[in-house]
Design a protein around this ligand. Structure first.
Ligand SMILES: C[S@@+](CC[C@H](N)C(=O)[O-])C[C@H]1O[C@@H](n2cnc3c(N)ncnc32)[C@H](O)[C@@H]1O
Length: 278
């Protein structure tokens, strides 16, 4: 906040105390972030009240950090998680067949951009990261939730991404069939019964459609795997984040859909990604 306030309730110490009492673990850091982000003392007061009431910090300040990028987050849109950086980074590596080392593209595609789909894109954080990490990407993204689509359009416009509204692959332009290098998907994967056990920040402030993956959490993943082969080019990859304990069943679903599956894990991030190659 540029204009300093004489209100002692708006000092960093006072805000830290209120946030700590409300159960915020990183109260000190959050207080500084709120002070920095607020445009006026009134705005700061409102932001502190929202945070104390349990609104996720990213919804209060309007952005989240992901792979070093600042991603705009609208109210009601899923907040990208740090663990999904594994998915984004692996996807970026696979944009060029052969990984991060540039190599001669197959099928006379020299000079053509890799077509990437951020499926179930939410804010578009994963697509934005891929387009930033991998050179020469033609990015398309889709989500079923209109709020997510609007948010992703804002985040992906600077990298030239196109965003579509609808169920999984249904809204994508037909000309992409058989031409896609990478489909990166963080679809909902919480088992229905476990949604009520999630922290209120997710359960209350993120839409159910972003969380609930059906009885075993893998309903949307199975549909995404079945649909992938029609869109991937030969040698193209589908990457989907799962919970650690879901990876084996998810990999079997990939194999049943005709994809050769491997599992990538990052213990530090607590991340698991199933990777299938067509
Ligand atoms: C866990 S959130 C992930 C969002 C984003 N990929 C990220 O990592 O920040 C899941 C997203 O899937 C979307 N979604 C759920 N079912 C879908 C479907 N059938 N088709 C397209 N998107 C869907 C939700 O709207 C939500 O934005």
């Amino acid at each position: 906040m540029s204009p300093t306030s004489s209100d002692p309730a708006l000092s960093a110490d006072a805000i830290t105390g209120r946030l700590r009492a409300a159960g915020c673990v990183f109260a000190e850091e959050e207080a500084l972030l709120l002070i920095e982000s607020a445009s006026s003392p009134d705005a700061l007061r409102a932001m502190v009240s929202e945070r104390v009431a349990g609104v996720p910090l990213e919804h209060v300040v309007g952005w989240a950090e992901f792979c070093g990028l600042r991603i705009a987050i609208d109210p009601g849109v899923f907040v990208p998680r740090r663990r999904s950086e594994l998915l984004a980074r692996r996807a970026a590596e696979l944009c060029r067949p052969g990984g991060t080392t540039p190599r001669k593209p197959p099928h006379g595609l020299a000079g053509q951009a890799s077509v990437v789909i951020d499926l179930a894109c939410g804010s578009g954080a994963i697509g934005a990261a891929i387009a930033t990490l991998a050179a020469d990407v033609e990015l398309h993204a889709a989500d079923i939730d209109p709020a997510a689509v609007a948010c992703a359009r804002r985040n992906l416009a600077p990298v030239g991404g196109q965003v579509y509204a609808g169920d999984l692959y249904e809204p994508l332009p037909g000309r992409l069939r058989g031409r896609v290098s990478v489909i990166a998907a963080n679809v909902p994967y919480v088992p229905t019964e476990a949604v009520t056990l999630m922290p209120p920040e997710a359960r209350v402030y993120e839409p159910l459609v972003a969380l609930d993956g059906g009885p075993d959490g893998l309903d949307v993943l199975r549909r995404a795997a079945v649909g992938a082969a029609a869109w991937l080019m030969p040698g193209g990859h589908l990457l989907i984040e799962t919970a650690s304990g879901q990876a084996e069943i998810a990999a079997a679903a990939f194999a049943a859909a005709g994809l050769a599956a491997t599992v990538a894990r990052d213990e530090e991030l607590g991340a698991t990604v199933v990777i299938g190659r067509r």
